[in-house]
Design a binder for this molecule. Structure first.
Ligand code: USQ
Length: 385
C-alpha cells in the first residue's frame, strides 16, 4: 500500500493515477488547501478540475480501479496516526505542503502558515512512522531551491570536504532561495536527517526542480486532468509565460532574467517517483535525489515560450518586469548534479521544447478561464514590503 499525501495536487493526482494504473493499492490524503489558497488570492486553475469524488469515479471508469481517499489535516497528529494505523503503507509520498514562494511572503500570517503547515506536517508523519510502521519508506518532496545557486557544483545532498587538514562528508550547506517557503523545505530536510540517525527512518528527500506540463498518459478524460495555476502567486514563471501567451500579454521575466532554475516534465517527475518507490532507501538511510532534467534562465525560458507562441500564432513580446522578489538576477554559475535517478534507470521522455507546444494548445482551450483572471497575472506581492 502506498499513501500519497497531497493527492489532490498538481503532481499528486497524476501520481496517484499512475500508481493505480500500475496496479498498486493507493490511499490518497488531502484537505484541498491548494484549491482554497488559490481561491483566497482570487484565482483559479486554468484547466478546470472536478471534485475528488468525481476524480475517483473517473479513475474507476477509465483505469478500471480507483484508490481510497482520506480527507484530513496533516498538522493534526491524531489524524496522521489514524491514517497510518488504518492503511499501514509500505511507502508514504509526502507532497502535502504549501509550495508557493510568493504566498509565503504575503505577510507574517502566511509566513507562519507556510512554516507551521510544512514543518508540523512532516514532523507528524515522521513520528507516526516511528510509532506505527518503522519499516515504511518516506519519500518527501523537497525542492532544488533548498540549495540556492552556489558558485560550486551542487551534489546530491552531501559534500566531501577537507578543512584544516581533516576530511568529512557533510550535508551540503543550504543557502535557499529568498523566501519562507524554500527555507521550510530546508528545515524539513534537517528533521528527516535526524530521524534517520536516531530512529533508523528510511527516507528519500526529493530535490525537485520546477515541474511543467498539462498531460500524462492517464489523462484520457477531462475529469482526470490536473490543475494548472498561472496567477502571480501560485503560477510558476513558465506556467505564467504560457498563460500570458494565450492572452497575447507581454511575458514577464522579473528583472534581468538571469535567475537559473532546473526543470522536469510532469510525466518524467512521475517516472522518478516510481523509481524512488520501487528502489527504497535502506533502514537509517537519508538519501537525496536531485530530480530535474534541464536547466534554463528565466530569460531563456521566456524566449523559448515566445518562439513556440509565435509559431502557433500568438503575439507576445518579452518585457523585463520590475522584480518583486529580492534575488540574484545574474547567476553566473549553476551546476546541480543529478546522477542517482539515471543510475536507477530514469529516461526523460519529454523536453521543454516539445511540451511547450502541447501546453499552449491545451491551454488555448481554456482561454476564457485565463481571461477571467487577467488581473491576477501581474505580481502583487513585494518581497521588500
Ligand atoms: N519569475 C519571473 N517572472 C514571473 C514569475 C517568476 O521572472 O512572472 C522568476 C522568479 O523571480 C524566480 C524564477 O522566475 O527567479 C522562478 O520562479 P517560479 O515562481 O517559477 O518558481 P519558484 O519560486 O522557484 O518555485 C517553484 C515552485 C516551488 C518549487 C520550486 C522548485 O513554486 O514549489 O519548490 O519551483 S525550484 O525552483 O527548483 O526551487
Amino acid at each position: 500500500m502506498i499513501a500519497i499525501l497531497g493527492a489532490d495536487g498538481y503532481v499528486g493526482f497524476p501520481l496517484c493515477m499512475h500508481l493505480v494504473n500500475k496496479g498498486f493499492d493507493v490511499v490518497g490524503v488531502d484537505r484541498f488547501l491548494r484549491r482554497q489558497w488559490v481561491a483566497e488570492v482570487g484565482s483559479h486553475s486554468a484547466v478546470p478540475i472536478v471534485s475528488m469524488k468525481e476524480r475517483l469515479k473517473a479513475m474507476e471508469r477509465h483505469i478500471g480501479k480507483s484508490m481510497c481517499f482520506e480527507y484530513g489535516n496533516l498538522t493534526d497528529y491524531d489524524f496522521v496516526h489514524y491514517v497510518l494505523d488504518k492503511y499501514k503503507p509500505d511507502t508514504i509520498v509526502h507532497l502535502g505542503e504549501q509550495a508557493s514562494a510568493p504566498f509565503s511572503m504575503i505577510d507574517v500570517k502566511h509566513a507562519v502558515l507556510t512554516q507551521t503547515n510544512n514543518l508540523v506536517g512532516t514532523l507528524n508523519i515522521i513520528y507516526a512512522i516511528h510509532n506505527l510502521i518503522p519499516h515504511c519508506h518516506l519519500v518527501k518532496l523537497g525542492s532544488m531551491g533548498e540549495y540556492g545557486t552556489p558558485n560550486i557544483d551542487i551534489p546530491e545532498g552531501f559534500l566531501d570536504i577537507e578543512y584544516n587538514g581533516r576530511k568529512d562528508t557533510l550535508p551540503f550547506p543550504k543557502h535557499a532561495f529568498t523566501d519562507w517557503y524554500h527555507w521550510s523545505k530546508v528545515y524539513d530536510s534537517d528533521n528527516m536527517i535526524m530521524a534517520c540517525e536516531i530512529w533508523g527512518l528510511r527516507a528519500t528527500d526529493i530535490m525537485q526542480g520546477i515541474v511543467y506540463g498539462t498531460r500524462t498518459v492517464e489523462m484520457c478524460d477531462e475529469s482526470l486532468n490536473t490543475r494548472f495555476d498561472f496567477d502571480s502567486v501560485f503560477g510558476t514563471a513558465l506556467n505564467r509565460f504560457c498563460a500570458q501567451s494565450i492572452l497575447n500579454h507581454n511575458l514577464t521575466p522579473y528583472g534581468a532574467g538571469g535567475q537559473r532554475r532546473p526543470f522536469i516534465a510532469l510525466a518524467d517527475s512521475i517516472q522518478c517517483f516510481l523509481l524512488a518507490i520501487e528502489n527504497p532507501a535502506e533502514k537509517g538511510d537519508y538519501r537525496v535525489f536531485n530530480q530535474f532534467d534541464e536547466v534554463y534562465s528565466t530569460i531563456e525560458l521566456a524566449r523559448q515560450v515566445k518562439a513556440v507562441a509565435d509559431k502557433l500564432g500568438f503575439h507576445t513580446e518579452i518585457e523585463h518586469y520590475p522584480n518583486p522578489r529580492v534575488e540574484d538576477e545574474h547567476v553566473q554559475y549553476y551546476n546541480p548534479l543529478h546522477e542517482k535517478l539515471y543510475q536507477l534507470g530514469f529516461h526523460p521522455a519529454h523536453t521543454l521544447q516539445q511540451e511547450l507546444e502541447v501546453m499552449l494548445k491545451d491551454l488555448s482551450k481554456y482561454r476564457d478561464r485565463i481571461m477571467a483572471k487577467k488581473d491576477k497575472v501581474s505580481p502583487s506581492i513585494q518581497w521588500r514590503s
